[in-house]
Each structure stands twice: as C-alpha cells, then as structure tokens.
Design a protein around this ligand. Structure first.
Ligand SMILES: *Cc1c(COP(=O)(O)O)cnc(C)c1O
Length: 374
C-alpha cells in the first residue's frame, strides 16, 4: 500500500458479473434530494446493497445487487457470539463534470484481504471487492452527492454467517457493501478536536488484531472513548500496550506530529496499528513536497515536552471519514496542553487541501490513485 503508484484497476468487466435485482420501493426523487441536502454521517443509506455469499463448499457465489434491507440472522449466527467480522471504509467522489471516482480503492481491497486472513475469514478476491463497489455505485449513482466535502461513503463488510456456536472459523460468510451519502464528518466543519490519552485501556496488543480492520477493535475502544468524553475530550489516543509509552493511534484514525522545524513524524507500523490509506497517502504527498517524514516510535513524553518548548508545532489525525482533523488540545493523567495556538496549523491545513483537491479532481492525480466509476 505504501508504494507510490497503485496497481491499475481493471474491474470494469468483472462488475458485469453482478446481477442487479432493482429495489421495488426506491426512495422518491423528493426523499432522496432531501436526504442528500444535509446528510448526517452514517444515518441514511441508498436504495441497494451489493452482496456475495461464501461457503466452504461453493466458494464465492451469487454476486448480486439487491434492495437495501434488514438481514435476517439466526440467534446462533456465529458473528453474534465470537465477532468474526471485518470491514472497510472508502468514498465515491463526484467531480465538477458529474463523473464519479474512488480514491485508492485497490488499497482497501488489499487491506480487506489481509484483515480476512487475520480473522480466519475467507479471502475475497480483490477484483470482486472492486466490482461490488462499482456495481453498487453505478446502480445508486443518483445518491452520490455533489458539493463541497460531500461524498458517498462506502462500507464493505464481511461476517461469519454460519449458525453454529462451537468455536472455530466459520464455514459460511456473507460479504456486503452498503452506501451512505455524507457531508463533512464533524458537522461543525474542520475545527480542532481535543484528545484524551488513555493510559488504562489499550485497543490492541502484540500478536492481536490491531492491524486488521475489524469490529472487535472498535468494541475494545469504546469504553476508552467514553472516558475521553467524561474528561471533556472528543477523541481518545491509545498508547502501546507493552510499555504505555508510545503513541499508537486514535480509535479510528492515525496520528501525525509536525515539528516547528517542518519535520513530520508518525508512529511506525508495529503490528498493533492500522495502516491507514490516508496515512500512507499523506506520507507520500509530504515526501513529494520535499519534507522529511519519519515513521518511528514517538513517546508521549517527547510530544509533551515538544508542546511545552514549542518544538512540536502541530498534531493532526487522519482517516477516510474525517480526512485530516487538526488536534488542538492533548490531555491525559496529569497534563492538559494546547497544541500551537489551538487552531489548525499550516501543514495540517495544506495537506488536507491537497488531499481533498486530488479526491475531488481539482488537482492532478500524479500517482494514479483515482479510478473512474461513472
Ligand atoms: C480505518 C481506520 C483508520 C484509517 O484508515 P483509512 O484507510 O485512512 O481510512 C485508522 N485507524 C483505525 C483503527 C481504523 O480502523
């Protein structure tokens, strides 16, 4: 994923393998237009979902696009008991000329395959992952909003669907993609968030599932997130579980530290950190611009000292949903520090603009990251 140029996608033909069963009750133009006007993140979904079923005997089969609707699960369905589940998150962007594009979807497909391996789920061929997205976006293309910071958020996921409560890897699975029109992740726009550094909870440990994108990691992070709220902070930052010393990441976003000397740091991938597509894209773009980006262990003590002396100028978080989010305040047991003057710094603002300009087609896509769907 960290390579400069992603493998070209040739999924267009494969998308033809999906049979479309149109919804009998799609949203009316009025309802859809109202939903697109001011979507609240993750609350409204399009008319259809893409789906592929798997069993050990039949392999991947039944590639289809069908009406969005509830799943009927047997109470013994394995995922409800042992959380054998993985997911992805990416967006489809409408450009000014009306065309619709994805950003580095191949990287999401590859990560989905590696998450599947870690969770002992069947590996979905990357072409199927991409074809499912294409088939769904083409079917529901009227749901791709246009407008500043608007996009169609895509949520591929897979779960163990076998009705069996014995403990072993499932022999049946379902892969689905659902889609939700979204505006800016934080309703109040890009404003610096406050971070609580958790010392009593960790999201992942050595040999665990931290590098896989699975629901279980999120379940493990929620109580720490609640603690952050009670401490008056919006998000939580986790430290390494072995020494409680080094920054890892937020519950669902990677983290960067910008020095006053212009150098940029981000925690190295240790196996317990999720390798974000946004993270690797930012490393690439900053390197292109001639900046030094160091991937290494960053201790909380180093960041605290740097904030006190002014050697640390900016801290930001990044991920597909919120893109780049400035961090204005860092607090934890025994400290409460303002980052810079508490507002978004110059590097944070510039990298956010560069990334979104590429995604929305306002800037040349020199790495071949964009792929046209419509
Ligand atoms: C998804 C995710 C990220 C961000 O990854 P992107 O590919 O940039 O969206 C970071 N951390 C965690 C734990 C995640 O689940």
């Amino acid at each position: 994923m960290s390579s400069t140029t992603d493998t070209p996608q040739t999924s267009t033909d494969a998308a033809g393998a999906f049979v479309v069963h149109p919804s009998a009750a799609p949203a009316t133009d009025e309802v859809r237009t109202a939903a697109l006007a001011a979507p609240k993140f993750g609350t409204v979904f399009t008319d259809h979902m893409a789906r592929i079923s798997w069993s050990q005997q039949a392999g991947w089969h039944d590639r289809r696009v069908e009406a969005y609707g509830p799943l009927q699960l047997d109470p013994a369905c394995a995922v409800l008991h042992y959380a054998q589940e993985i997911f992805e998150g990416l967006k489809a962007y409408r450009h000014a000329d009306g065309s619709v594009w994805t950003f580095r979807a191949g990287a999401n497909a590859a990560r989905f395959a590696s998450s599947a391996r870690r969770l002992a789920l069947p590996v979905l061929p990357e072409q199927d992952f991409l074809a499912a997205i294409e088939a769904l976006v083409r079917t529901d293309v009227d749901w791709v909003p246009s407008g500043d910071e608007m996009s169609l958020y895509l949520r591929p996921f897979m779960y163990a669907s076998e009705n069996f409560i014995g403990v072993r890897a499932t022999l049946e699975a379902e892969f689905l993609v659902i889609a939700s029109p979204v505006g800016p992740y934080f309703a109040s726009g890009v404003h610096p968030v406050s971070i609580w550094v958790a010392e009593d909870y960790h999201r992942a440990g050595a040999g665990g599932t931290g590098a896989a994108k699975c629901g279980g990691n999120y379940a493990a992070s929620l109580v720490a997130q609640q603690e952050a709220y009670t401490q008056g902070c919006e998000q939580v930052c986790f430290l390494d579980s072995e020494t409680n010393t080094y920054l890892e990441e937020l519950g669902g976003m990677n983290v960067f530290v910008v020095g006053a000397d212009g150098r940029v740091l981000t925690p190295e991938l240790t196996g317990s950190i999720l390798e974000g597509v946004t993270r690797s894209s930012i490393i690439q773009l900053l390197t292109d611009a001639g900046r030094t980006v160091e991937e290494r262990r960053i201790s909380l003590a180093e960041v605290r000292a740097g904030l006190e002396t002014g050697e640390v100028a900016e801290v930001f978080a990044c991920g597909t949903a919120a893109v780049v989010t400035p961090i204005g305040r860092l607090a934890g047991n025994g400290f409460d520090l303002t980052v810079g003057d508490g507002t978004a710094g110059a590097v944070t603002t510039a990298i956010r603009a560069e990334l979104t300009d590429i995604q929305y087609g306002r800037l040349a896509d020199r790495h071949g990251w964009m792929h046209r769907l419509v």
